[in-house]
Design a protein around this ligand. Structure first.
Ligand SMILES: [Mg+2]
Length: 240
């Protein structure tokens, strides 16, 4: 069984800045932070790492208790912020998910810096609920490479629990930032970079993904790799 792991923001959808707005509102309401620090990078990072950086810059102790306080408030306001911000599912995503879901040898999951709650809220808001069966999330982890390891483990456990399915034999990671490419490398995945998020084609190319796409409308090369990986899996499974 092959696993395809999707990043969310800039890869599956563009939330119209909802993450940034929800972070700023949460820090204002729950921590009375009147001036949100400028220049905090969001793309490719975990929510935990972003929150830690903001706390440090604002003189708030980046403790577990403060993270929990942040997260509780953030979860409470995310749905409203998502519906107020104008975003969209990115081109080609629905067609690609349809194609991959038809394939019984491939399972789809998430590899995202969003918390589990945030990932479910965002995918649900954009009509993608139920399309991803497992994932690695930015709740407990600050480092994206650790999230990737969680996602791989979750894929393995999901597939092991399925009847009649051989074990996980390969992983593809699809993301829009250099951090997605790096974390895909960290788990020996085939890495697809897509230039629909915050990183330019040149920035992504410099990180040497296995495949670099303008967007997810032309996915023949991606689907060819999924098929080739499945054939390799089958050969491995039938070897004496
Ligand atoms: Mg992204």
């Amino acid at each position: 069984m092959y696993a395809v792991l999707f990043d969310i923001d800039g890869t599956l959808l563009q939330s119209g800045g909802a993450g940034h707005v929800a972070f700023a509102e949460t820090f204002r309401e729950a921590f009375h932070l009147t001036k949100f620090p400028e220049g905090v990078a969001f793309a490719g990072r975990s929510d935990r790492a972003i929150a830690q950086e903001i706390m440090l810059r604002a003189g708030i102790e980046p403790s577990l208790a403060n993270w929990q306080r942040f997260h509780a408030d953030y979860c409470g306001r995310l749905d409203n912020v998502l519906s107020a911000c104008e975003g969209a599912v990115l081109p080609g995503v629905l067609e690609l998910l349809d194609r991959l879901e038809e394939d019984s040898h491939t399972a789809l999951g998430l590899l995202t810096g969003n918390t589990n709650f945030g990932a479910q809220a965002k995918t649900t808001a954009y009509g993608l609920a139920g399309r991803f069966l497992f994932g690695g999330y930015g709740d407990q982890r600050a480092d994206r490479d650790d999230i990737a390891a969680d996602a791989r483990r979750a894929a393995k456990e999901f597939i092991a629990a399925e009847d009649n399915e051989p074990s996980l034999c390969g992983v593809m990671v699809i993301g829009d930032t250099p951090a997605d490419i790096r974390c895909g490398r960290a788990i020996d995945a085939f890495v697809v970079a897509v230039a629909t998020g915050g990183s330019s084609r040149d920035e992504l190319a410099a990180c040497q993904p296995d495949l670099l796409l303008e967007d997810l409308t032309d996915t023949e090369a991606l689907l060819a790799e999924v098929s080739a990986a499945e054939r390799r899996c089958l050969e491995l499974a039938t070897q004496p």
